[in-house]
Design a protein around this ligand. Structure first.
Ligand code: ZN
Length: 677
C-alpha cells in the first residue's frame, strides 16, 4: 500500500511510490534534473553511503538490483498487451532511421517514446489515458519504410501485421482509450486496456473469484494476484505468472539473480529469498504468503527489497498485481524518528477517533524504518513511491504486522530539485502559511508519510464476518483515505510534541494548509481539462479535502478565497479542521470495518471524482505559467562489479547515465519477454 507519488508542496503529499503531488519542479540543475518533456521531469537520486558498505552488502544489493531490472518488460506487458510491440518498434525506428531528424515531427516522435518509457506503455502512468501522438502517421510510415525490416521484432506475426497493430494502437483514437476505466456503472474490464483480463466481463471475473472465497477461511490466499484471467473455449482460465508459465523467460532471469543473492544473504534473509524463488517456480500463492510472513518478521535486516507481483492499483477490480522491484538499505540516523512512532503504536491505536469496537486490541509488529533506495524497477520506476507498507494481505497484517518504509533519498531529491520554482508564491495566499511551509513542509511531509504507512494502513480491524473484499472498486481509495486521515489527525496531536517528533503544532498547520490546497485545487494540474479524477491517491486527497470543506462550511473552517481573479484555499481554523479529520476517520473506518459498499460508493462518487471546470481551467493556466511539470520520476544509478580472479571484489556506483541511455540500455540488455505474451 503505497502512498503514492509525491505531490507538490508537500507531499504525501508528495508517490507512490508514495505520495503527493508531484514533485515540485526542479530547476535546471544537472545534479538533480536529468531530462524533462511534456508533463514529466526526470530526476536523479543518490545512494549515499553505498561506497562505505561492506563487500557482502554491496554484493547483495548488486544481485538484488539485477533481479529488479530483469523484470522491466513484465510491467509493460501487464499495462497493455501491445506495449512491448510498440516500444520495440519505436526503438527500432529511433535507433536505426538515418534520414532527416531535424523536423518537428521527429522531435514529437522522440518525446512520445520518452513518455512511453516513463509510463511503461502508451497510457499515462497516472491518468491512465492513452497518449496522443503529435507526429503524423505519414511520417511514421516513412521512417518505418526506411529502416531494414530485420531491425523490428521478428516474433509478432508478419511485418505488416506488426506495423498495422502498432500504428492502430498509436493513432486510432477510438482504440484502447484508457488503461483503467473507473466510471461507475460501466463494465470496468471490457472498457480498460490493462492486460490482466482478456475477453472477460466484470461480472464473470467477480463470479469467478467470489466462488473461490471460503467465508470461514481466516487465512485466504490473494486469489488471482499473480495471473491473467482469460476465456478459452468459453471457459475462464488463469494464466499464472511463473517459471514455465506466463512471463517465464523474465521470471527465470529474476530467479537467476535471486539465487545469487541468496548465496550472499544470511540467516532468515537467505531463507526467504529461497522461498521467493520457490514461489516464482510454482506460482503457488500459499508460498507467496509464506514468503511474506518470513519477510515481514525479519525486521533486523540492513539490506531489504521488494520483488514480485505486489500492488493491485492497475486492476480495475483491485485483485491482480503489477510486478515491482525495489532494493534498499536502512538509513540508521533517520530511522530513530520512525522507531519512536512504532514504539508508541498501541497508544495511537487506543486513542484513535474511531468506534472502539474497530480498534485493534493488540497492535502487532509495526516495524518502520527510513530507507535509502538503491534500485527501482517495474511498477516503481521511473515514477516512484515515497513510502511503502507491505505485505498487502489483510490476515498477514493482522497476525504478523507489516513493514513500513519512508524512502528518504527520494523525498530529498524531490525537495532539493524544487526549491524556488514559484509554486508557493502563486498558490499560497497568506505569508504566514508560506513561512510555515518553508520551515516545516519537509518534516511535515515525512512525518505524514511515516504515520500513513507505519500506523495508518495497519490500524483498525474488521467486524466479524467481514473479509475486506466488500468495497471492491472503492476499496483502494477508501483505504488510502483511512491511512491519510490517520496521519493527518495525529500530526496535530499534542502527543507528537511530547514524543519530541515536532517542535509545535505549526508543523501540522503547514501540512494541513498544503493538503487542503492540494486536494481541492493544485493536484488538478495533473489532469486534463474536462476529465475526472481517476487515480486512487488523488481521489483520496480530493475526497478528504472536499468533505472537510463542506462539513466545516458553517463555521468557515476552510475557505475558498478569490483575489484578483485567483482562487486560493485557506484554512481558518486548524484545530477544527483536525477535529473534522477525526470525524471523517470515524466514518471511513466504519465503512471499511462493516464492508458498507453503498456508503463508500456514495462518499467517493460525491466528493472524489468530479472537478469544477472553471477552477480546473484556472489551475492549469496558473500552473502552465510557472512552467512546472507536475510529475516526476527517476533514473537509477549504475552498479558495476569489480572482478578479480573470477570473484567480485568491489561494486562501484556511478551516476552518469542519462534518461535515454538508461532506457535503451535496459531495452537492449534486460528485455527478455516475447513481443506478445
Ligand atoms: Zn497508502
Amino acid at each position: 500500500m503505497r502512498k503514492s507519488f509525491i505531490f507538490i508542496l508537500t507531499t504525501m503529499i508528495l508517490g507512490v511510490v508514495s505520495c503527493t503531488g508531484d514533485a515540485k519542479a526542479p530547476q535546471a540543475d544537472s545534479k538533480w534534473l536529468v531530462d524533462n518533456f511534456d508533463d514529466i521531469k526526470v530526476l536523479r537520486y543518490y545512494v549515499d553511503g553505498f561506497e562505505n558498505l561492506p563487500l557482502e552488502q554491496k554484493e547483495l544489493i548488486y544481485y538484488l538490483s539485477m533481479a529488479s531490472v530483469s523484470g522491466r518488460d513484465i510491467m509493460f506487458d501487464q499495462n497493455f498487451k501491445y506495449n512491448l510491440a510498440i516500444r520495440r518498434t519505436l526503438e527500432a525506428v529511433y535507433e536505426n532511421y538515418e534520414g532527416d531528424k531535424s523536423g518537428a515531427d521527429w522531435a514529437a516522435f522522440e518525446k512520445y517514446l520518452k513518455k512511453i518509457w516513463f509510463a511503461n506503455g502508451i497510457h499515462h502512468h497516472y491518468s491512465n489515458d492513452k497518449f496522443r501522438p503529435e507526429f503524423s502517421r505519414e511520417s511514421f510510415n516513412e521512417w518505418v519504410a526506411a529502416v531494414p525490416q530485420d531491425k523490428f521484432p521478428q516474433d509478432f506475426g508478419t511485418f505488416e501485421e506488426l506495423i498495422s497493430t502498432v500504428s492502430e494502437a498509436i493513432f486510432n483514437d477510438e482504440l484502447y482509450k484508457t488503461k483503467l476505466n473507473s466510471i461507475d456503472g460501466e463494465d470496468l474490464l471490457l472498457t480498460s486496456a490493462m492486460n490482466y483480463y482478456e475477453g472477460v466481463s466484470q461480472q464473470e471475473a467477480n463470479e469467478f473469484y467470489d466462488s473461490m472465497v471460503d467465508p470461514k477461511d481466516q487465512t485466504p490466499v490473494s486469489y488471482g494476484l499473480n495471473s491473467k484471467l482469460v476465456k478459452e473455449n468459453g471457459k475462464l482460465v488463469e494464466k499464472v505468472y511463473r517459471v514455465g508459465g506466463m512471463y517465464s523467460v523474465a521470471i527465470e532471469q529474476i530467479v537467476y539473480w535471486l539465487d545469487k543473492a541468496a548465496g550472499v544473504a544470511e540467516g532468515a534473509q537467505k531463507e526467504y529469498i529461497e522461498k521467493l524463488i520457490s514461489y516464482y517456480k510454482t506460482g503457488d500463492l500459499k508460498e507467496f504468503d509464506e514468503f511474506n510472513i518470513m519477510w515481514v518478521q525479519d525486521t533486523d535486516c540492513f539490506v531489504d527489497f521488494v520483488n514480485g507481483f505486489t500492488e493491485t492499483y492497475g486492476d480495475p477490480l483491485g485483485r491482480k498485481a503489477a510486478w515491482e522491484g525495489i532494493v534498499n538499505f536502512r538509513n540508521d540516523e533517520a530511522t530513530k524518528r520512525t522507531q519512536i512512532i512504532s514504539e508508541n503504536a498501541q497508544w495511537f491505536e487506543d486513542n484513535s477517533p474511531i468506534n472502539p469496537a474497530y480498534r485493534k486490541k493488540e497492535v502487532k509488529g509495526v516495524s518502520a524504518k527510513v530507507i535509502t533506495a538503491a534500485m527501482l524497477a517495474g511498477d516503481a520506476y521511473p515514477a516512484t513511491p515515497i513510502g511503502i507498507n507491505l505485505p498487502n494481505a489483510n490476515w498477514i497484517r493482522r497476525d504478523y504486522g507489516s513493514k513500513s518504509v519512508t524512502i528518504e533519498n527520494i523525498t530529498y531529491a524531490y525537495s532539493e530539485s524544487s526549491h524556488g520554482n514559484g509554486f508557493d508564491e502563486e498558490f499560497v495566499l497568506r505569508a504566514e502559511d508560506r513561512e510555515r511551509m518553508a520551515k516545516y513542509s519537509s518534516l511535515g511531509d515525512n512525518l505524514h508519510t511515516d504515520l500513513h504507512e507505519c500506523l495508518g494502513h495497519g490500524s483498525g480491524q474488521l467486524a466479524p464476518g467481514i473479509n475486506g473484499e466488500e468495497l471492491k472498486q472503492y476499496s483502494a481509495v477508501l483505504e488510502e483515505a483511512r491511512a491519510d486521515l490517520f496521519g493527518l489527525y495525529y500530526l496535530g496531536d499534542p502527543k507528537m510534541v511530547e514524543l519530541g517528533l515536532v517542535p509545535s503544532f505549526d508543523v501540522a498547520k503547514s501540512e494541513y494548509a498544503s493538503y487542503m490546497m492540494n486536494g481541492m485545487m493544485t493536484q488538478f494540474s495533473r489532469i486534463e481539462l474536462g476529465k475526472n479524477v481517476e487515480e486512487s491517491h488523488m481521489r483520496n486527497r480530493k475526497l478528504i479535502a472536499e468533505w472537510c470543506y463542506e462539513q466545516g462550511k458553517a463555521e468557515n473552517v476552510v475557505e475558498k478565497v478569490v483575489e484578483n481573479g485567483k482562487t486560493y484555499i485557506v484554512v481558518n481554523d486548524f484545530e477544527k479542521l483536525r477535529e473534522l479529520f477525526g470525524k471523517m476517520l470515524y466514518e471511513v473506518q466504519r465503512i471499511k470495518s462493516e464492508g458498507d459498499f453503498e456508503a463508500g460508493r456514495e462518499l467517493v462518487e460525491k466528493y472524489a471524482v468530479k472537478i469544477d471546470r472553471d477552477l480546473h481551467a484556472e489551475v492549469l493556466e496558473r500552473y502552465g505559467k510557472l512552467g512546472i511539470q507536475p510529475y516526476s520520476g527517476f533514473v537509477n544509478p549504475v552498479y558495476t562489479p569489480v572482478i578479480k580472479d573470477g570473484k567480485i571484489v568491489d561494486v562501484k556506483v556511478s551516476y552518469n547515465e542519462n534518461y535515454i541511455e538508461q532506457m535503451l540500455n535496459y531495452s537492449h540488455n534486460f528485455s527478455f519477454l516475447p513481443t506478445l505474451n
